[in-house]
Design a protein around this ligand. Structure first.
Ligand code: URA
Length: 302
């Protein structure tokens, strides 16, 4: 089998699993790839007979401005995508976001989402737009988690720990976030965690609007690539970045907003909760609302 045929076959296989409701696929080792190749070569003549040619999107399909583009478009992908959007728009809240409308691009298969994010991360590492920040940063902090996550946790900016490690939410606020996730029945590795800013502002100061705009192509592309069903905005900087709103968390929490096809929940930043423990009760109410809407049962204690 040629390399590009391989890619087609793998993408079709992933899509087939996806349609069958299988969203998690095992990590493929070289040995299992070799075994799968042998098996596919034996069976390839009839394997995908039932399918029409489909849209394939490759990691190279990110254009100059960072937009994800389909490499080939096909009728079948269109209908799959429409179905996905239909599902998402059922019970959609009124949009308060300035970014109205649905996701721009068709959804990507999981292997390609990773490829798109990897190439985006390279651009983040090379970015030098924010002069005041770039000369002080130790690491860029791209984002971490499942590329097919149903929910994206959207924070503000890296702090000192994140700047050292290169991963979002690993310091004190991150530990509280982890506890909130576990209490809600979510694992850190089944969500995707991202910040508005990819670099640490000096002395952890609040990111400026200009810095958020500099990072916008990066986080918007991350969201576009993952196309989550839900986005949780942790704190007012996340709200500014995702919803474009200057309203306070207190005013925006307690209901769903909308960003493209995703439902957006606003709640207090974990760092704020560490300083104001009384607000934890409200954040917990927000998480319960999220979990109910996602159809995930909150684990019972003990
Ligand atoms: N606060 C954030 O908003 N993001 C991090 O990654 C860490 C702390």
């Amino acid at each position: 089998m040629q390399r590009n045929q391989w890619k087609t076959a793998s993408a079709q296989l992933l899509k087939h699993w996806h349609r069958s409701g299988i969203s998690q696929v095992p990590v493929v080792s070289l040995q299992s790839l070799a075994d799968a190749t042998a098996w596919l070569e034996e069976n390839s003549s009839t394997l995908f007979d039932e399918y029409e040619p489909q849209t394939l999107i490759s990691a190279s399909s990110v254009n100059e401005s960072g937009q994800v583009q389909p490499a080939i478009s096909g009728p079948d992908q269109q209908s799959v995508e429409e179905k996905r959007i239909d599902q998402r728009t059922r019970n959609q809240p009124e949009s308060t976001s300035k970014s109205l409308g649905k996701w721009n691009s068709p959804s990507l298969v999981i292997i390609d989402r990773q490829g798109v994010l990897d190439s985006l991360n390279e651009r983040v590492m090379a970015c030098r737009k924010c002069e005041e920040i770039v000369c002080r940063r130790q690491r860029t902090v791209f984002g971490v988690g499942a590329v097919d996550a149903r929910v994206v946790m959207f924070g503000e900016a890296p702090g000192a720990d994140e700047d050292r490690v290169g991963e979002p939410f690993v310091g004190a606020a991150g530990q509280l976030l982890d506890k909130i996730l576990i209490a809600s029945g979510l694992n850190r590795d089944e969500v995707y965690i991202v910040n508005a800013l990819k670099c640490r502002p000096p002395n952890n100061r609040t990111p400026t609007d200009a810095e958020i705009e500099n990072c916008r192509p990066f986080f918007e592309n991350q969201l576009e690539t993952i196309q989550p069903e839900y986005i949780v905005c942790w704190g007012s900087v996340a709200v500014r970045a995702v919803l474009g709103s200057q309203d306070s968390v207190g005013r925006l929490r307690g209901k769903f907003h909308s960003y493209r096809g995703a439902k957006v929940l606003v709640t207090y930043h974990p760092a704020y909760l560490l300083r104001n423990p009384d607000a934890k009760r409200l954040a917990w109410e927000d998480m319960k609302m999220l979990m109910k809407d996602m159809g995930i049962a909150i684990p019972t204690k003990g």
